[in-house]
Ligand binder design. Structure first.
Ligand code: AMP
Length: 142
């Protein structure tokens, strides 16, 4: 497998070199909105430690990302009035991965509404800002 490349776009977001719509942060994990959401509120959860994907992340970091993914899924149900949550996580190009810093997709779902195709449309900045605020508040409220 290739090794971790610290120039990937999510590493730059983690270092604060690129902007994002942050919804959650702790000492080991970071979460922000996907700018090309497959449904409103689509969020990405990342470990802060460098890891390309599930094949090289430490078990402890993976377990922490899973805990944060659950926290965000529970908050997304409240923040977006979702009926369900789709969780996705891709590994290597053959597995559908495009950005090579491990991330878990949390996609809030409404009954009967299909997800958009991946990376099909960029959401408006003001919509993302509002959604990030709502989701961050729901996470903080527990
Ligand atoms: P994948 O590696 O296949 O899990 O997909 C990468 C995801 O990152 C896609 O859903 C993109 O829409 C999303 N994405 C790409 N660039 C950014 C960015 N700058 N901020 C937030 N999400 C992004």
């Amino acid at each position: 497998m290739p090794s971790y490349d610290s120039n990937n776009i999510f590493a730059k977001i983690l270092r604060g070199e690129l902007p994002c719509y942050r919804v959650y942060e702790d000492d080991k994990a970071f979460a922000f909105l996907d700018i090309m959401p497959r449904a409103p509120g689509h969020t990405l959860v990342l470990p802060k430690a460098p890891a390309r994907n599930i094949l090289d992340i430490t078990p402890d970091d993976l377990a922490h990302v899973a805990k944060v993914a659950q926290k965000i899924a529970q908050a997304a149900i409240k923040a977006f009035g979702a009926d369900g949550i789709t969780v996705q996580q891709f590994n290597e190009g053959a597995g559908g991965q495009v950005v090579f810093h491990l991330h878990v997709h949390i996609v809030p779902r409404k009954a009967g509404i299909p997800m958009k195709p991946p990376a099909s449309a960029k959401e408006k900045p003001e919509v993302l800002a509002e959604q990030a605020k709502a989701l961050a508040a729901a996470i903080a409220a527990g």
